[in-house]
Design a protein around this ligand. Sequence first.
Ligand code: PDD
Length: 285
Amino acid sequence: MRTVYVNGNYLPETEATVSIFDRGFLMADGVYEVTSVLGGKLIDFEGHAVRLARSLKELDMRAPVDKDDLLAIHRELVRLNDIDEGLIYLQITRGSDGDRDFVFPPEDTEPTIVMFTQNKPGLADNPAAKKGAKIISIEDIRWGRRDIKTVQLLYPSMGKMMAKKAGADDAWMIEDGFVTEGTSNNAYIVKGNRIITRALSNDILHGITRAAVLRLAREAQMEVEERNFTIEEARAADEAFTTSASAFVMPVVEIDGIALGDGTPGHVARRLREIYLEESLKKAV
Ligand code: PDD
């Protein structure tokens, strides 16, 4: 049984509880982060901590712990649950005022903080990355502040189900004809040696893996172009891939039933996955 963290306590998962009035539960009034663990160490912890602070600030939410405590809790959960490869999920909500109200509760209301581990042996050497992912395109009907990592994940979750029903692995979302991002990852296409991905704005999540991968790509003398691209351009690309803390760099081999290249993971995506894993392991804490 897992040991999880809730509001200052480490507890068996069956004993950890949150109020039915919690605004995370009633209003999706909460933010989250997912940090990966490789070799028992945290990947890109600093980036996730900085983005968490930004999400909280954008929503006028109080941080229940500072960055040092956050790191200590992450490490303690890794230790208590003996995680070698896996993920740490963190969620902070505006807490509970003991009732349901659209108006925010008083500022001194304690936020709720919950963290738990997911054990994923083989996360780095994932067979799915060798096969590559098949994706479909769907309309992006989410709200306009996708740069804030909120727990409003119903539509991305429905998008995943639409993909599964279509025999695919995931979905890319389209707004005004342009790809925004994947249901839980950032989206890229490759033409020749050029990597193309949407520029940062309120329209997409500012992926921590995205930042690292683009930096590493530039360091490896690959060309990076941050601009909008259409799904038609994507279907005609040489390769495509996604990035996220949970899947690192994941090659995409098919879009809306159309195979990219020879239908196997492209060399740019494969190389970036290798470089990302190698470099982020060096910096893991
Ligand atoms: N999702 N875009 C969206 C919509 C996401 O949900 C995520 C991450 C990303 C990639 O961000 P990062 O590289 O910081 O993980 C982009 C996490 C993994 C999740 O919801 O499980």
